[in-house]
Design a protein around this ligand. Structure first.
Ligand SMILES: NC(=O)c1ccc[n+]([C@@H]2O[C@H](COP(=O)([O-])OP(=O)(O)OC[C@H]3O[C@@H](n4cnc5c(N)ncnc54)[C@H](OP(=O)(O)O)[C@@H]3O)[C@@H](O)[C@H]2O)c1
Length: 274
């Protein structure tokens, strides 16, 4: 493995879904990729073995990123042979709650993974011992179109992503000139939580372009930011314009209501209905 030539990126929660697409995009762009996992060991190992078989440089690495000791140990492991050039803070907890009923422990858990861990990884990227001060380094925080398109569902999750979105500029000021800090704000990409396949099919088209967002586009945007030395303190929306379509509730609940209305009107018009 040639750690000395390739630039290195750490992708948190990289074993599946968007994280896997980000790992693949960086690998194919010639980076050494550290694919972090917590529970998705099998997916992370399969992904890294598949990409290695194609000639790319990808390692799966387990860590508890909710604790500072775990984050420091992970950074020590991935920088043992060469410095880290980029971290993509993709891992995230997404739990339903509201401003009225949120559970304090669950809210703190989400803030820990979605806000504190990303801020900490960017800071650890800046504080690497022995790194070349002239090298271009970049922290990328994965956000959500929700931060530009508020509704009160998934309250604690949204609060965590709002704080992280504000921190993009703040951390860019704090960590420059050594580290650039950028955000990527995707729209809906995958089924989440209790969402059904029917619901997702409809929800994924509720944007200005009326088509699903390609996770590979989000991943490619991360590589673009990591490789574009002049960008810091800013966020790219990669959401087919979803943030410009305001809704009173999370898209999953809006679609649930539409599907229910469709079912009711089908039942009313069916010949067997009373
Ligand atoms: N999915 C969407 O439609 C969507 C829309 C907008 C924005 N986003 C953002 O895009 C990113 C990726 O979305 P996704 O849906 O692919 O993510 P996801 O599947 O919900 O989570 C990604 C990974 O985060 C890790 N993770 C979750 N909870 C954790 C915890 N408590 N401690 C440590 N790691 C934890 C898990 O890794 P292990 O599996 O290894 O445990 C998980 O696979 C997230 O930042 C999300 O907020 C997603």
């Amino acid at each position: 493995m040639t750690h000395s030539i390739r630039r290195q990126v750490l992708v948190t929660g990289g074993g599946r879904r968007l994280g896997a697409a980000i790992c693949e995009a960086f690998a194919r762009a010639g980076w050494t990729v550290w694919c972090h996992y917590r529970a998705s060991k099998a997916q992370a190992l399969t992904l890294s073995e598949t990409l290695r078989a194609q000639g790319w440089d990808v390692q799966a690495v387990e860590a508890d990123i909710t604790q500072e000791a775990g984050r420091q140990a992970l950074i020590a492991q991935v920088t043992a042979l060469a410095p880290l050039d980029c971290v993509v803070n993709n891992a995230s907890a997404f739990e339903p709650d509201t401003g009225l009923d949120f559970d304090v422990d669950a809210a703190q858990r989400q803030l820990g993974v979605n806000l504190i861990a990303p801020l900490s990884f960017a800071r650890l990227l800046a504080r690497q011992a022995g790194a070349d001060e002239q090298a271009d380094r970049c922290a990328i925080h994965i956000l959500d179109q929700k931060v530009y398109n508020l509704n009160p569902d998934y309250f604690s999750y949204t609060v965590s992503k709002l704080a992280l979105e504000r921190a993009v500029a703040l951390q860019a000021q704090a960590l420059g000139p050594g580290v650039r800090v950028c955000g990527v704000a995707p729209g809906i990409l995958f089924e989440s939580g209790p969402q059904t396949g029917d619901n997702f099919l409809r929800a994924s088209r509720a944007n200005l372009l009326r088509r699903p967002i390609d996770p590979a586009d989000v991943a490619r945007s991360c590589v673009f930011l990591a490789e574009t030395r002049s960008i810091t303190g800013t966020t790219l929306s990669v959401d087919n314009g979803q943030h410009l379509v305001p809704l009173p509730r999370d898209i999953m609940f809006v679609v649930d209501e539409l599907l229910q209305a469709d079912n009711n009107s089908n039942a009313a018009s069916s010949p067997s209905s009373p």
